[in-house]
Design a protein around this ligand. Sequence first.
Ligand code: SF4
Length: 393
Amino acid sequence: MKQTAEIEEIVGRLAAIAEDPNAYAVEWKARTQRKIIGILPMNFPAEIVHAAGALPVLVQEDNAAITYGRSLLFEFYCGYTRSLVDQAATGKLKIYDGIFLVDHCVALLGAVDAIRFEVPDLPVFLAQFTASMDEDTTRPQVHGRITELRERLEELCGSSVTDEAICRSIEAYNRDRALLRRVYEMRRLGRISLSSRQMQALVKSAMVMDVDEHSQIMTRLVAHLEAGSVHSTGLVKLHLSGHFCHAPRPELLDMIESCGVAVVDDDVYTGYRYISTDVPHKADPITALTQWYFDRNDNVPCSTRAQKSADWESYLANAVEKNGAEGVIVLVAKFCEPHMLYYPELRKELHKRGIPHLLIETEHEGLALEMLKTRVEALIEGIRRSVLSRETA
Ligand code: SF4
């Protein structure tokens, strides 16, 4: 009982920070007198900001209704970009000393233009990384862009960003990712019973907190989780896939799990995609961060990148075979083009391998949870029936 209470307390603490990252960032700045830099998903190396002595905070979708931002971006932009612009228009981005990003889709570029227009005094630096991973020019180009990021951070923070500092930051982030991956591993093995809402809080808090502080808390959490026992739930095991850039609403995750489901794994951005890959050890830390860009797409391919030797559909189907999930729920943010256009490939592969799945489209403006629940229940019923007919055949 004591163990469970400790776990709840630790996860609750991280969840509170994940729920209000701006409050954490403002408090951190007052405490440390250092700068906070807003970084945008999905390919930005936070290590470089950390090495400059600033706090990298991955700017999250805000739950508030989009009001002023409506006049700045079309309604057919994804909820994340419209929320970003609304945060700019309502003064919420003013807590940051700068916004840094690596582009990955055209909607994000549109949002950045609107942020520049709305908050002209806020330094915004965009590094364009080549999306085609197979070109000979991609690696030197990405290396050059990370070098520029380093220079711009040196100007903004007023101190040099040394190789040693970047190496220390890489180690710190690798440590934190490893702790989070350990929790993921325990979830796959059925050794822990954290809900998807709680798992999301662990990753989301890692995106916004000081990495050392996060690792300290995670170390305590992992120790408590390791001391727990194996859980056999009898629930239908599912894999959650997709949802780029921002976290799906926790109430959606709660609803899915309320249908007799145990989520055993995911590849959502505010989940395993974010923590999948460590920065390799290399003498030149910029080369290491460049390599990380390539390694991430090898490990968990993303449809915003083009690479002949890596495809998301094979990754997804293989992951499901390994983690023992009996089905997949694909979560796609409405108007997320890179995901919507790729979905037919995912569907084809899941069909080919006989993996049941359901597509759920999410919206910033809210979700018809009761209606969605009927669809999730139908998926679960179908999985249960096919298991039963296999067993009785
Ligand atoms: S990848 Fe999708 S969710 Fe992310 S900014 Fe682009 S359209 Fe929006």
